[in-house]
Design a protein around this ligand. Structure first.
Ligand code: FPP
Length: 251
């Protein structure tokens, strides 16, 4: 879903965030790591609220990766508990602001008490069309691509699709993000300069904004700053500058 030209001054249609630095935020304060996650929820609220106020239609948050299952069990349990708490406490806000909750990743791997809160929140917000908040849960980009490839292989083996019919669009339609626009902007906090298996296919032409701010310290001003940086980027999608940004009058 790309469009040529510059997005200078434009608001992204889809913002995705790698929320990083909760553990370090806590360690710098002599607190247990989970306190960083707890404070991270405040940032989640601030960013959702700000995106909604601005009219950004898609916001995707990397909340728990497939690799995160390998963390110490008490940390995983606390994160799962926080997730459920967040979903149930935010549900009235989602309804009030017409925010649809969506999930990507292997959500079936989550404990039943989280799946139950997800199902309740998703069904109560399914009709909302103002903004889609997607949580990446038990998510990994390579894993998602392999699952999509497997679905296509099954379709091909069953004769439902011919190999020559497989295009980028068909492939994208088997990803967890089917029907969503690709992210225009990916923000990563905490000074790390990595993609960490997040939206590998979808982020092909995304603009990246990296900030040293740790996730629990990331709020509305930092989000607005990232959007401002995005608005000054020139997106060319592989074209020349002239093609991407025709001189005025040439449109
Ligand atoms: C990365 O920081 C963050 C996570 C693995 C979890 C993110 C979770 C939240 C913000 C709270 C729950 C989310 C929602 C949507 C309610 P890290 O622990 O890797 O930090 P570090 O790199 O400093 O150790």
């Amino acid at each position: 879903m790309r469009s040529g030209g510059t997005d200078a001054g434009a608001l992204p249609r889809h913002v995705a965030v790698i929320m990083d630095g909760n553990g370090r935020w806590a360690r710098f304060r002599g607190l247990p790591r989970v306190e960083g996650h707890r404070m991270g929820i405040r940032s989640v609220r601030a960013v959702v609220e700000c995106a909604r106020e601005l009219g950004i239609p898609y916001l995707t948050l990397y909340a728990f990766s497939v690799e995160n299952w390998g963390r110490p069990e008490p940390e995983v349990s606390t994160l799962m508990g926080l997730l459920r708490e967040f979903l149930l406490s935010e549900l009235p806000e989602f309804v009030r602001h017409r925010i649809r909750l969506n999930v990507i990743g292997e959500a079936w791997q989550l404990p039943a008490f989280v799946r139950e809160a997800l199902a309740r929140t998703q069904s109560a917000t399914a009709v909302h069309d103002e903004m889609t908040l997607t949580l990446a849960l038990s998510y990994a980009g390579r894993n998602e691509i392999v699952r999509a490839a497997r679905k296509l292989a099954e379709d091909a083996a069953a004769g439902r699709i011919a190999p020559e019919q497989i295009s980028e669009e068909v492939f994208a339609g088997r990803l967890d993000t089917a029907g969503m626009p690709d992210p225009d902007l990916v923000i990563r906090t905490s000074g790390e300069l990595r993609v960490s298996n997040f939206l590998l296919w979808q982020g092909a032409y995304a603009e990246f904004v990296f900030t040293d701010v740790l996730w629990p310290d990331f709020g509305k001003p930092e989000f607005l700053q990232a959007l401002d940086e995005y608005s000054r980027r020139h997106r060319r999608f592989g074209l020349t500058e002239e093609q991407a940004e025709p001189p005025s009058g040439g449109k």
